[in-house]
Design a protein around this ligand. Structure first.
Ligand SMILES: *Cc1c(COP(=O)(O)O)cnc(C)c1O
Length: 224
């Protein structure tokens, strides 16, 4: 792995560009979110000075603190972690996009606040119900509920490829679920798939949003 933050940012950007070119896509259609969870606000500031404008966080306490410290920077904050309904309003205060909408109680909580927020429906690709994400069987009803709210702007679906499955196969399944959502919500064209270990496969599958942590930030601090 390249040994400075700047080198890692440029390396990932180059790989995204060549991955896109390889499948006839434009890198400009792809939003790269740098996942800064467990890293200090200072790292986010350094990323900003390297041109990064989208960052992702997965814990409210940590995210709200960093957002507060960096409020003057023109950053788009993405919330990507499991979200308790009682924190939904607070998260929607600083996150413009929430990628982890996965159950009716969360949709209802987000619908009660006043800000328009972009959302992705997170799909659980494992057989373990406790994992984040809606089970595929419940996808349509969750989608219909989200569409009832004028403050929820449904962008598409999000998923994390299971560790024990070939990413390209997992992403094929996601495409199938994405089509089911688009049948109800034709505007919901976006696909939030692809992390450090699988973003090239995600680009080939049509990812519009990559959530990349360690390939850019380096190892997360211990205890994570
Ligand atoms: C941590 C995290 C990522 C980034 O993972 P890396 O493997 O470090 O790129 C992406 N998506 C979600 C939901 C995460 O929690």
């Amino acid at each position: 792995m390249a040994d400075t933050l700047e080198a890692r940012v440029r390396d990932v950007q180059d790989r995204i560009a060549s991955g896109a070119r390889a499948v006839g896509r434009q890198a400009s259609e792809i939003t790269t979110i740098v996942v800064t969870k467990f890293h200090p606000a200072e790292l986010v500031r350094d990323l900003y000075s390297l041109g990064i404008r989208h960052v992702g966080e997965n814990r409210h306490q940590e995210a709200v603190a960093k957002h507060g410290e960096l409020a003057e920077l023109d950053l788009t904050w993405h919330f990507i972690g499991q979200l308790q309904s009682n924190k939904a309003r607070a998260v929607a205060d600083y996150a413009r996009v929430i990628h982890s909408v996965d159950r009716p109680s969360l949709v209802e909580a987000l619908a009660k606040q006043e800000r328009v927020v972009d959302i992705f429906l997170e799909i659980n690709l494992t057989d373990v119900p406790g994992r984040g994400g809606v089970l595929p069987a419940d996808l349509e009803s969750l989608c219909e509920l989200a569409l009832e709210s004028p403050v929820l702007n449904l962008r598409g679906v999000m998923a994390v490829a299971p560790v024990d499955e070939e990413p390209s196969r997992a992403f094929d399944r996601v495409l199938n679920y994405a089509a089911r959502v688009r049948a109800l919500a034709p505007q919901a064209q976006d696909l939030s798939i692809g992390m450090s270990g699988d973003f090239e496969a995600a680009i080939a599958a049509g990812a519009t949003h990559l959530r990349i942590g360690t390939a850019i930030t380096g190892k997360r601090p211990a205890g994570t």
